[in-house]
Design a protein around this ligand. Structure first.
Ligand code: FES
Length: 146
């Protein structure tokens, strides 16, 4: 197969894969999982608290938060999870960045699911993992501040 037609073939395959993923998830989730916002560990001196948590599914989310005057100034994450897990963690960071700690404590799995325009039923639990990781992070931060 000539390089040109090979490239076209790969391009076509990629488009078909993305189309199928959009049917399962939605366009927003697929984009967020492929280009996760707020991905990566923050530099050590910028981290007020970091928290890693592994859910029953075996996926781990790790959150890095920079907090000042009760405001989440910066929120980043890493995860070894699936597409839904990555998109969920990324959405959680987008929701909490710039918000007061109170807001993060009230954030529910349903709020994250709504912001993601609806995860498939068999992936709703990804939002539970995000909320648990977040609550543990805030708890740890408050404990350290005492
Ligand atoms: Fe593990 Fe969603 S599949 S967090």
């Amino acid at each position: 197969m000539a390089k040109d037609s090979f490239d076209k073939h790969i391009d076509k395959l990629q488009k078909e894969i993305i189309k199928k993923e959009i049917e399962v998830y939605n366009e927003y989730i697929v984009d967020l999982s492929q280009n996760p916002r707020n991905w990566g560990k923050l530099p050590d001196k910028k981290i007020s608290v970091s928290q890693s948590y592994t859910g029953p599914c075996g996926d781990t989310m790790q959150f890095f938060l920079k907090i000042k005057d009760n405001i989440i100034e910066k929120a980043n994450f890493i995860s070894d999870g699936c597409k839904a897990c990555i998109a969920t963690a990324s959405q959680t960071m987008l929701l909490i960045e710039g918000k007061p700690i109170d807001y993060t404590e009230k954030l529910s799995p349903e709020d994250i699911d709504k912001a993601l325009k609806g995860l498939p039923v068999d992936h709703k639990h990804c939002t539970e993992l995000a909320v648990r990781t977040l609550k543990r992070a805030i708890h740890k931060y408050k404990k350290n501040e005492d």
